[in-house]
Design a protein around this ligand. Structure first.
Ligand code: FES
Ligand code: FES
Length: 180
């Protein structure tokens, strides 16, 4: 079935069942492979994109109902977004797998909150797992991109442990072992 979507400012027509998760339409139909598959059950954040500016998990978002909304992927940030520059400056990625999802969640945060506190950053980013543990650098990059001074308080680890347990229950694998 044909569906027309607005992806990164362009109208695109795809052939897909309405129940198909947006993630697979982006990757397989449109070749936008910057958005990653991690858990498939809305628990790791690797697949995060924006729908009308809000971060959503594309692995569990069917394309039905997305007509007329603006979908933005990591490719849509253009490469020179202040967060992307800060990510490079702070050398944030390790393996890199989670990072497009991290940046998309961070982009939605600073769009809505120009001066997020450490607690607000941790809350906004708590659904994005990084098995390489880059959380401190992620927070520093977000603060830099927002024009805020860095802080040295520890990043809360508990939310990520909770999510790990949920992924284990749902898939039988921890986020640290999630497939690429
Ligand atoms: S792949 Fe979508 S949240 Fe993990
Ligand atoms: S950089 Fe490796 S999972 Fe985040």
């Amino acid at each position: 079935m044909a569906a027309t979507l607005d992806v990164n400012g362009k109208a695109v027509t795809v052939q897909a069942d309405p129940a198909t998760p947006l993630l697979w339409v982006l990757r397989d139909e449109l070749g936008l492979t910057g958005t990653k598959f991690g858990c498939g059950v809305a628990q790791c954040g690797a697949c995060t994109v924006h729908v009308d500016g809000q971060p959503v998990r594309s692995c569990v978002t069917p394309i039905e109902g997305l007509a007329g909304v603006k979908i933005t992927t990591i490719e849509g940030l253009g490469g020179a977004h202040p967060l992307q520059q800060a990510w490079v400056k702070h050398d944030v990625p390790q393996c890199g797998y989670c990072q497009s999802g991290q940046i998309m969640s961070a982009a939605a945060l600073i769009e809505q909150n120009k001066a997020p506190s450490d607690e607000q950053i941790d809350e906004a980013m708590s659904g994005n797992i990084c098995r390489c543990g880059t959380y401190q650098r992620i927070r520093a990059a977000i603060k830099d991109a927002a024009g805020l001074a860095p802080t040295t308080t520890a990043v809360t680890g508990a939310p990520h442990a909770d999510i790990d347990e949920a992924i284990t229950a749902a898939t039988g694998a921890t986020s640290r072992g999630a497939g690429r």
